[in-house]
Write a protein that binds this ligand. Sequence first.
Ligand code: G3P
Length: 215
Amino acid sequence: MKFFIDTANLAQIKEAQDLGVLDGVTTNPSLMAKEGIKGQENILKHYVDICNIVTGDVSAEVISTDFDGMVKEGEALAKLHPQIVVKIPMIKDGIKAIKYFTEKGIKTNCTLVFSAGQALLAAKAGATYMSPFIGRLDDVSTDGLKLIEDIRIIYDNYGYETEILAASVRHPMHIIECAKIGADVITAPLSAIAALLKHPLTDSGLAQFLADAKK
Ligand code: G3P
């Protein structure tokens, strides 16, 4: 399973990269705004800065909602760096844009997926990644992990190569359950990835070993 970090914070991206288990980065306009990145030039530079920290795919989201706008923006993003994946919302023109980029050999990440039907459309359009938001489904009393299970079955039935990128991951159990189901990728905040490290028995066991080593 690939691990992506879901942030535009360069320090956190560096920290995850230094851990040696990072496969990529996802961003969105809200995460960019959270870091105070404003203005087209700064936004584009920030994507390049992220690409220069990591070795894997970096999702950069378009903000246009019409086909022509998404194509123009996506082509500019893809030209920035070979690691850029154009992130496109799950709307009608988004599906058309994903198909267009797929035919051009440009990687895409279909975002804001909340149903199996949307996931099926993204795969048929040839999306490289398809991002179901599991935490936001949980927020509205709908089982986000059940959606990942359903999509896994559908994609396996037909051998779709689109990777299931579980997004809106909030805690380590989301990551573990996604791994059990067979999500191809999770994107999570650093806190959820780092939480996988922790177990109180590891801490107490290590403390005992170090104490005994001094005897
Ligand atoms: O990758 C999508 C993610 O950024 C959304 O996460 O926590 O805002 O639902 P969240």
